[in-house]
Each structure stands twice: as C-alpha cells, then as structure tokens.
Design a protein. Structure first.
Length: 227
C-alpha cells in the first residue's frame, strides 16, 4: 500500500492480491484471538490473583499464542478458498486500496450470494460473538472490583479500561464492514484504514499510558513545560 502511494496507476497481480488477502486475514484473525487471550489473562489476574501465575504459566501462554496464530492461519486459508476459483471477467477495477473479500466478490461474474452469506457467517458472526464474549469478560472483571482494595481497584480499572478501548477500536469497524450483505460503500476505505493501520499504531500508546511510571514521567514533563 505504501509503495502504491508513489504510483499514479495502481495495479496488482492476482497472485499478489491473494497474498495480500491471506496476510490481512492471517494477522487480523490472530489479533482478534490474541485480544480474547488477553481478556482471559486479565480475568484470571483480577478474579483469581493468587492462582494467576500458576494457571497462566509459560507453557499455557505459549500454547494460547500458538492457538491464536493457528486460528489466524485457518481463517486466512478459508478466505483464499472462497475467492481463488471465482471467475473475474470484467474491468477488474475496485474502489479499494487493498484486496478484501467484498470488493473482490463485487468483481466476480457469477452468483456470489452463497459465498457472501458464508463470509457474513464467518467474519460477521465471529466478530459479533467474540466482541460479546470480550465485553462479558470485561463486565465480570468490573463486577469483581468490589472485592479489591482501593489501590487494587485502580490498577484493575486501568487494565480493563485500556483493553476495552482497544477492543472497541478494533471490533466496531470490523462489525460494520462484515455484518451486512456483500457491498462496497465509500466509507469502507476509511474503516479498513482505521482498523488495519490506526488501531495497531494506537495499541502501544494505549497500553503504555496505563503504566504508572509512564504516567509519572508525562506529569513531570507537563509540569516542566508549564514552568
């Protein structure tokens, strides 16, 4: 995408388009599952703090990480299988900065209703279910705060707040894009740009700002500038 910014005529081969589609859904699927794993880790840390390190040991973390990447890989393979053998016989021009499912389905010269429904069931339903599951995890964590001390409550709120922010920034655009019949809208480019570029860039900042040392350093820097 960055290279294409320097060209007036932007073209991509079919093989490169499939690689782009595979890579996008590989990392997207893995990130969604990693957000679920992180929510579970925070649930264990808040609700069962004494058993947290025992349950979430190194091997369990490695296993969950591998499962997240395997899930992302399978998700990407499914999308490739959907579109690889589709016939494309028109002027293969799409109003999108990358290769994604709905823009590609729009170019296919065949009946795509079944595939479109399958994409909706795969991507849309998955996003809604996992988003609901993450909100339930966060809700349980917030309910459990009443059993903590004031200091522990503040740390837990900081942890949950940053995770909820990242979840909302990632899932809301995904749900808007995929929980609907196959179609391309002018806002699709902006939403795709948001959750593929803006959200990953904001993630380190969001998680860093909850760090107490970072907060103290920023306060000192703010005080110095005011002086």
């Amino acid at each position: 995408m960055i290279i294409d910014l320097f060209y007036v005529k932007k073209t991509i081969s079919f093989q490169a388009c499939m690689i782009h589609l595979f890579t996008e859904h590989l990392f997207g699927g893995a990130e969604i599952l990693l957000l679920v794993v992180m929510a579970y880790d925070r649930y264990m840390a808040i609700c069962k703090p004494l058993h947290h390190m025992t349950i979430m040991n190194q091997w369990i973390c490695i296993l969950l990480l591998l499962l997240a990447w395997i899930g992302g890989f399978l998700n990407a393979i499914v999308h490739i299988l959907f579109v690889y053998n589709l016939p494309f016989c028109g002027p293969n021009v799409t109003d999108h900065f990358g290769c994604d499912m709905y823009p590609l389905l729009k170019l296919a010269c065949t009946d795509i209703r079944i595939i479109g429904f399958t994409v909706l069931a795969n991507d849309g339903v998955t996003c809604v279910v996992l988003f609901t599951l993450l909100l339930i995890f966060c809700g349980v964590n917030l309910v459990s705060l009443k059993n903590l001390s004031q200091e522990g409550r503040g740390k837990a709120l900081s942890t949950c707040g940053s995770h909820i922010t990242v979840v909302v920034l990632y899932f809301v655009p995904c749900i808007f894009l995929y929980v609907r019949p196959p179609s391309t809208l002018p806002i699709n480019n902006s939403l795709t740009m948001f959750y593929t570029i803006v959200t990953p860039v904001l993630n380190p900042l969001i998680y860093t700002l909850r760090n107490e040392e970072m907060q103290n350093a920023m306060k000192k820097l703010w005080i110095r500038r005011r002086k």
